[in-house]
Design a protein around this ligand. Structure first.
Ligand SMILES: [Mn+2]
Length: 363
């Protein structure tokens, strides 16, 4: 991880915006900027202050030792003693003569209010600044996502032998999670979705105790996580034989997934890729049942830039990792979604999730 390059890129952005300092508080943004390993957990209390001269990581005593170890050899200075982090931040900014500060809108309101009152100067909300830097991945970041995708593929192969009529969605989700964690995933990229039968018509169904029945589609949307980097994949499998309508919908979604992947390349507009996949479903008479965007960037967060949907103004950039995930949802009946994570390349893309996509009918 190259903390120097990432800091330099942020400083260029701040200089272009005429801003002398920025306080970064989003956990994934802090993780990205510092490159620290083995410091961040879900409950971390920390803030990164970046000025033209300084890069300071503020945290409390619970994280200070780990942060100091991680900061060795990086441009970051760790402040870990203060019981009142934001008092110290405001005092230091003032002593350095900083009169304008950029904040992320994700900063908790109580802290925003405190800074607004204590900081002697003006405060500006700068959203998406670090997120835009994160959009294009370094080779080492892509490697981690690829490794997460590899574990995800192996988990899929494993779970095919576990799914059968009579198992509950919760049992399948637990087995997926357990298998991934035992095989190198740190936690999971997100709580796995296991949606069976009529539940599969809900794109982000929550896991239930429903027992899988013969003739069901089961949608599995899940991913592993390696050094903070996530993979995202969805497969829909049949349990037993499925009828003609289910097959037709499955084939249409698969064709849309393949067409979307074929349309990904550096420089293309994200909305054009969405449209290519949507057009396939339109020809199948299913476009009105494709109710979400085609995909999203993935990395330290499961949903990040760029956004692939009809309204997006994003352009796909070489080095981004994005998902391609068309779905068709017939309320009360069933749904099908097929999703892959791909790296954008100059003339196309490289698919990281390699699990089979032809219709699988489990015994
Ligand atoms: Mn996704």
């Amino acid at each position: 991880m190259n903390a120097e390059q990432r800091l330099a890129a942020l400083r260029r952005t701040l200089a272009a915006d005429g801003l002398p300092a920025m306080l970064v508080t989003g956990v994934s943004n802090m993780r990205y900027l510092t490159g620290f390993q083995e410091v961040f957990d879900d409950g971390i209390n920390a803030a990164c202050l970046v000025t033209a001269e300084h890069a300071r990581f503020y945290t409390d005593a619970r994280y200070a030792e780990a942060a100091r170890a991680a900061a060795e050899g990086t441009p970051w200075t760790v402040r870990g003693e203060s019981r009142q982090m934001y008092v110290e931040i405001c005092r230091e900014l003032q002593s350095e003569g900083v009169t304008e500060l950029g904040l992320e809108s994700s900063v908790p309101y109580g802290r925003f209010k405190f800074i607004s009152e204590q900081f002697v100067g003006s405060v500006r909300v700068l959203d998406g600044t670090v997120e835009r830097l994160r959009q294009v991945k370094e080779a080492a970041e892509v490697e981690r996502i690829a490794e997460a995708a590899r574990i995800t593929d192996e988990a899929f192969e494993h779970i095919l032998g576990f799914i059968r009529a009579g198992r509950t969605e919760r049992e399948v989700a637990l087995e997926l999670e357990f298998w991934m964690r035992r095989n190198g995933s740190e936690g999971v990229a997100f709580a796995p979705i296991v949606a069976s039968g009529p539940n599969s018509s809900r794109p982000h169904a929550t896991v239930t105790d429903r027992r899988i029945e013969p003739g069901d589609f089961v949608t599995l949307d899940f991913g592993a996580c390696v050094d903070g980097y996530r993979a995202d994949m969805t497969r829909t499998v049949a349990v037993g034989r499925v009828d003609g309508e289910k097959r037709e919908v499955y084939e249409a979604v698969l064709e849309a997934n393949r067409a979307g992947i074929d349309a990904v390349r550096g420089g293309v507009l994200a909305k054009e890729v969405h449209e290519v996949a949507r057009a396939v479903l339109e020809r199948a008479g299913l476009a009105d049942r494709f109710t979400h965007g085609l995909g999203h960037g993935v990395g330290l967060d499961i949903h990040e830039l760029p956004t692939l949907n009809a309204e997006s103004r994003d352009q796909l950039r070489t080095g981004s990792v994005v998902t391609v995930e068309p779905g068709v949802y017939l309320e009360g009946a069933f749904g099908v979604r097929i999703e892959d994570s791909v790296v954008v390349e100059e003339a196309g893309c490289r698919v990281l999730t390699r699990s089979p996509k032809g219709l699988i009918e489990l015994e």
